[in-house]
Write a protein that binds this ligand. Sequence first.
Ligand SMILES: NC(=O)c1ccc[n+]([C@@H]2O[C@H](COP(=O)([O-])OP(=O)(O)OC[C@H]3O[C@@H](n4cnc5c(N)ncnc54)[C@H](O)[C@@H]3O)[C@@H](O)[C@H]2O)c1
Length: 352
Amino acid sequence: MISASTALPLRVAIIGAGQVADKVHASYYATRSDVQMVAVMDSRLEQAQAFAERHAIPSAWQDAHQMLQAVKPDVVSVCSPNRFHYEHVIAALAAGCHVMCEKPPAMTPQQADEMRLAARRAGKVLAYDFHHRFALDTQLLREAVQSGTFGEIYFTTAQALRRCGVPGWGVFTNKSLQGGGPLIDIGIHMLDAAMYVLGFPAVKRVTAHSFQKLGNRKNRGQFGEWDPAQFTVEDALFGTIEFCNGGVLRLDTSFALNIREQSIMNVSFCGEKAGATLFPAHIYYDEAGVLQTIAQREEADDQRHLRSMDAFVRHLLGEPVMIADAEQGLVIQQLVAALYQAAETGESVTLC
Ligand SMILES: NC(=O)c1ccc[n+]([C@@H]2O[C@H](COP(=O)([O-])OP(=O)(O)OC[C@H]3O[C@@H](n4cnc5c(N)ncnc54)[C@H](O)[C@@H]3O)[C@@H](O)[C@H]2O)c1
C-alpha cells in the first residue's frame, strides 16, 4: 500500500505501449484525478511516442531502466509481451514501484516465485491482471461458495475456446516470446476465475493433452491473419486438474478448434447441493427433474477489466480490496507449467 509519505496524485509509468496498455491501463488511469501518467516505454520508440501523444503523457522512452531511473514513478503497469514480464517487474520493484503486471505473471514458475519474493522484500504491491475474477458474476459465485450454497463442489469445467481466433497481432503465436498458445493466453483467465471461485484448493495431480492441428495450416480468422509457418504454439490443450480434496477441474482451451460457437469463455461448477455457470452467473439446483434458480444475473458484467484496474489502485490507496496477488499468480503459473509438462511428456504431474 502507499505509505503516508507518498503524495497524490500517484505517478504511473507504463511499459509496453500495445493494445492492452491503450484500451485498459491508460484508459482506466485517465479516469482518475488521483493518478497521473508520467511516462511510457516501448521497445519501439515511435510506438511509445504515439501512445504518449494519444494519452497526453509527458515522456516517451525506449529503455525501461533509464525511464525508471529518470522518472521515479510510484506505480508501473507492465504490458510488454510475456517474455519480458519478469525483467520489467523485477526492475520496477527494484526502483521502489508498486506493479500491476499483465497476465501471465511470467514464463515459468521460477520467475513468478522470484517476482513474488522481490515484491515481498521491497514491501511493494505486485498484482496481476486476472480480470475475470473481478466480474460481479464471479463475486456472486465466490460468495455462494463461501456461504455453502453448493455443498462440496466436485466437478468444475473451465472453457476458453475459439473456433478460429488466433491473434493476428503481437507475438501470440511465438512460443519463445509468449511461452505457449491458448493455455497461457486465454485458458489462464478461466483457470484463474475457476480457482478463485473454488478458493484456490490444493492441487494433487495434473494431466493434459495438447494439439497443433489448425494454427499451422490456416492463416486467417476472427482476429485477423497470421503466418502459419511461424505458428510455434499449441492450438488446443485439454487438461484435468485433480485437487487434494477429491474434486476435479477440466480445462479446455483453444485458439482454433472445430466447435460450433465462435468463442466460449465460461466456467461451470457442480456441487452436491447446487450448480452454477459463471458468465452470466446462474446458480441453480434440481428439484424432481425441474431446474430451480437460486440466483441469476441477466447479463455478464462487461466492466470486469476496469474493475481489476480499479481494485489495484484502491488497494494501493489503502482500501480493503481484493487483488490477484503474487502468491496466487504463482499458483496459476505452476498449474500452467504442470499442464504444459503433462501434455509434452504424456505423464501426469504430481504437485503435492
Ligand atoms: N488481461 C487481459 O485480458 C489481456 C489482454 C490482452 C493482452 N494481455 C497481456 O498484455 C501483454 C501485451 O499484450 P498486447 O495485446 O497489448 O500486445 P501488443 O503486441 O499489442 O503490445 C505489446 C507491446 O509491447 C512492446 N514490446 C515488445 N517487446 C518489448 C520490450 N522488450 N520492452 C517493452 N515493450 C516491448 C511492443 O512493441 C508492443 O507495443 C501480454 O502479456 C498479454 O498476455 C492481457
